[in-house]
Design a binder for this molecule. Structure first.
Ligand SMILES: [Zn+2]
Length: 215
């Protein structure tokens, strides 16, 4: 679906000991310690109740995360344009959309993410809405892909729009959604170690105590 490219040219940089360092505004305590539910409560939320079908459970959380991230991005969309964000970045990481030649702006990329997930969740053969319906064999793979794409959006929000999110009083919501996604991944091993790299330091600062991933 996409490839991940690394660039040495970050947007915001300053020099310390001649070494370029990226400014990470989201790593301020007042930013990352601001969430609406406690970490323990969020951790509890992802625990699958006994007897609950695993696919139903994965679908529920994926949909919740999709709706929440769509909502947060929707609120800051006027600040994320092809001019302000000419490429889809999470810090120094640049994402390109598979099958699309040339540079893609962040709003274009995020639109592709949301449309792609929306299309799949509305498709009965991918996500059956009726109780007891059979999920396709590829469902687990789809969930992994969706969560990875949603994490790209979160990465972009934290690195490029944290002030916009903060001004709109959506910081507790964003942090809660991030913690939710990280605990969900941690419980069901949805992401690879390289996927979480741009926000690993945030998870660490928040003290999420995630199980280490095998890379
Ligand atoms: Zn942007």
């Amino acid at each position: 679906m996409f490839v991940m490219l690394f660039s040495k040219t970050g947007k915001k940089k300053y020099l310390i000991n001649d070494e370029p360092k990226e400014i990470k505004p989201y790593l301020e305590k007042k930013i990352y310690e601001n969430f609406s539910l406690t970490k323990e409560e969020i951790k509890e939320i992802v625990v699958r109740p006994a007897g609950m079908n695993i696919n139903e459970w994965l679908a529920t959380h994926t949909l919740t995360l999709f709706n929440s991230i769509n909502q947060i991005y929707g609120a800051i969309t006027e600040f994320c344009t092809a001019t302000t964000c000419p490429s889809m970045t999470a810090g120094t990481v640049i994402y390109s959309w598979y099958g699309r030649k040339g540079k893609i702006s962040a709003p274009q990329y995020i639109d592709l993410v949301m449309t792609h997930i929306q299309k799949h969740v509305e498709d009965e053969s991918c996500l059956p809405s009726k109780y007891g319906s059979k999920f396709p064999a590829s469902f687990g793979t789809s969930v992994k892909k969706f969560i990875k794409l949603l994490l790209h959006v979160l990465g972009h929000l934290y690195y490029s729009h944290i002030e916009d999110v903060s001004e709109l009083q959506l910081l507790p919501y964003l942090n809660t959604v991030f913690i939710h996604l990280m605990y969900f991944d941690n419980k069901f091993s949805l992401l690879e170690a390289k996927d979480t790299v741009p926000l690993d330091d945030l998870a660490q600062a928040m003290n999420l105590n995630l199980e280490p991933k095998q890379s």
